[in-house]
Design a protein around this ligand. Structure first.
Ligand SMILES: [Ca+2]
Ligand SMILES: [Ca+2]
Ligand SMILES: [Ca+2]
Ligand SMILES: [Ca+2]
Ligand SMILES: [Zn+2]
Length: 601
């Protein structure tokens, strides 16, 4: 299936067009709703200029989102979900076109990133997404339609403390948030983290030269690489961990750094205590950031889709996080599979995988909670795959040759030497360590490995955004269709109404129906003088036959606990007494509302 619904449907609204800033002269400026091609033939200019080849700290992110809000005030609203432990705002950008209805009337896509503080580039993807949607509204029909039909909630950094620790500090130990944890059970909290001993702003690795007594040796082809010696041999080096000293004098180095837990294990589906799941904390939603996000999600039952950006590896992950949770119901797997397979084509080097079988077991993970506990179809992209350093078939072939300068680990050094001009690597240098004596320190900078090279980040932003927008477009969307009235006699009529969900995702996931976590859809009838005698689903409107009677007491307000499937039209048949205007409404929380008006006579 291609991006069907986006490609084929007409534009609902194409107003609110961007006015060009100064560089285009008044004569060149076109009316607000005309295509924006300057006479010069160059691409139209953007209203807000942002950098996507540079990493933003929390304050810069906020300031860029404020610029966007100011430039596109009709659509954007910047707010805060609450404060992190360190008192930083967890910022939220809401995108909604008020002309096409209030937020809660439209299916919403929730996009978040950076719950692991060191996994920074998801925030840039989030920023890019808001920027792209706004700058291309009114320019690209599919984008205009998407913004008109959907609501977007975008949280660029769930862990702003970790992000700033990563970007402003040395970068070490930034995965966690900053709620203090006593990692070594000595009654002191966060008392011994990494230390930048040589003051160069980088936490390096430490190695010590111990001829004939070591576990490691220098790689013969590139002495910058430390490799373990084969069994039965001895090496000349031992590795002594990351740069630091014993701050609290307990004889151990860097044993209790800031925080010390996993913000992606503090969620309520399959949550497990610390001795089963390290980093889980004491109970679900204990962390202020998890609680703030969950309070928000609980208040927005219109959210039908979730994306939580992490890094790295190049994966499109879905739940479940642990094998013992069991596979999702078949109907849900079909939907996930189609989105995932499409994603693999949109994101070269990314694979569509289930968390527990494709990555590792996660208990109490975020997207388990949003899928199982909140009924939102959820993906987590692991951004960036090292295969993208050398991405032609010829180079991949070359990498298989053990003597090639781009084979194995050597490839990273080669890439740094020739494409980043050596910027990401610190050469090994002798250092007099207060506890370890004479050692050498060196290694990669914090921005190498898990994040893309800066010059490749815009493509990462765009492709991942495109996949998430594809998911957003395939969220459910209820529409009414054909109606039919037939007099049976005696003032009784047969009324048929079609309801369609043309998108891939059902209004209620099968797992959500199983868990009773989404309010049932409601099929209601209103009309003065109309009395519903019976109601049932038509098996096939093209072939006469029995109707599946709905066995509920209140037939003018039918509860549909399993919702409406994706890419399906269903026909409801009412037998009614009386005449007049009859309004049939299909009301779903995650697929919007569809109304059909029928004149019964
Ligand atoms: Ca401690
Ligand atoms: Ca250092
Ligand atoms: Ca210590
Ligand atoms: Ca230390
Ligand atoms: Zn992560």
């Amino acid at each position: 299936m291609t991006h069907r619904s986006l490609f084929t449907a007409p534009i609902a609204l194409a107003t609110a067009l961007v006015i060009l800033p100064a560089p285009v002269s008044a004569q060149q400026r076109k009316p607000a709703n005309a295509p924006m091609t300057p006479a010069s033939g160059s691409d139209p200019q953007f209203k807000v200029r942002l950098d996507f080849n540079r990493w933003h700290d929390v304050a810069e992110l906020k300031s860029d989102f404020e610029k966007l809000e100011k430039a596109f005030p009709k659509f954007l609203e910047l707010s805060s979900l609450g404060k992190s432990h360190g008192g930083r705002d967890i910022i939220l950008m809401t995108i909604n076109n008020p002309d096409t209805g209030p937020e809660m009337s439209k299916p919403a896509m929730y996009i978040e990133a950076n719950v692991h503080g060191n996994e920074i580039q998801g925030a840039e993807v989030s920023l890019y997404t808001v920027w792209y949607l706004m700058e291309h509204y009114g320019r690209i029909d599919q984008i205009t339609k998407l913004v008109n039909e959907r609501v977007f909630y975008i949280v660029p950094s769930v862990n702003p403390d970790g992000r700033d620790h990563f970007l402003k500090g040395t970068g070490a130990g930034s995965r966690t948030g900053h709620v203090p944890v006593d990692d070594d059970n000595d009654g002191l909290f966060d008392e011994d983290g990494d230390d930048d001993l040589n003051g160069n702003g980088v936490i390096e690795q430490i190695r010590k030269y111990v001829p004939g007594e070591g576990t490691h040796r220098k790689n013969a082809q590139d002495p910058r690489i430390m490799e373990p010696v084969p069994p039965g041999q001895v090496g000349d080096y031992i590795l002594l961990g990351s740069e630091g000293i014993d701050n609290d004098g307990d004889g151990r180095v860097n044993e209790d750094p800031v925080g010390g837990y996993d913000g992606n294990r503090n969620w309520a589906s399959n949550w497990q205590p610390e001795y089963i799941q390290g980093g889980a904390m004491d109970y679900p939603f204990q962390l202020p950031e998890a609680k703030a996000v969950n309070d928000f999600l609980m208040s927005k039952p219109n959210i039908a889709g979730v994306q939580s950006y992490h890094n790295s590896g190049g994966m499109l992950l879905r739940g479940p996080g642990a094998e013992w949770q069991g596979e999702y119901p078949r109907a849900d797997v079909v939907v996930y599979d189609e989105l995932g397979r499409q994603g693999e084509r949109m994101l070269p080097y990314y694979r569509y995988l289930v968390i527990w079988s494709g990555l590792y077991t996660v208990h109490g993970g975020f997207i388990d909670w949003t899928n199982d506990g909140l009924g939102m179809l959820s993906f987590s992209n692991e951004l960036w795959n090292g295969g993208q350093y050398f991405n032609s078939p010829a180079l991949q072939e070359q990498q298989r040759d053990p003597n090639s300068p781009i084979t194995g680990q050597r490839g990273q050094y080669y890439f740094d030497d020739y494409l980043e001009f050596g910027d990401q690597y610190i050469e090994w240098k002798e250092f007099d360590h207060p506890q370890f004596g004479t050692v050498e320190m060196g290694g990669w900078k914090k921005t190498q490995g898990r994040v893309p090279p800066r010059f490749m980040n815009e493509e990462l932003c765009h492709r991942n955004m495109a996949f998430t927008l594809f998911q957003a477009d395939e969220m459910p969307q209820m529409k009414s269709g054909e109606t039919k009235v037939e007099a049976i006699g005696g003032g009784v009529f047969r009324v048929r109404v079609d309801f369609t969900n043309p998108r891939l995702t059902p209004t209620i996931l099968a797992k959500a129906a199983e868990n009773h976590v989404v309010r049932p859809d409601l099929l209601t009838v209103e009309g003065k003088g109309i009395e519903v005698l019976s109601a049932g689903w038509v098996q096939s409107k093209h072939r006469p036959g029995a109707t599946d009677l709905i066995d509920q007491k209140q037939l003018d307000r039918i509860l549909l606990r399993t919702g409406h499937p994706g890419r399906t039209t269903r026909t409801i048949e009412y037998i009614v007494r009386g005449t007049g205007e009859m309004t049939v409404t299909y009301d779903s929380l995650k697929g919007g509302t569809a109304v059909a008006k029928v004149g019964v006579k």
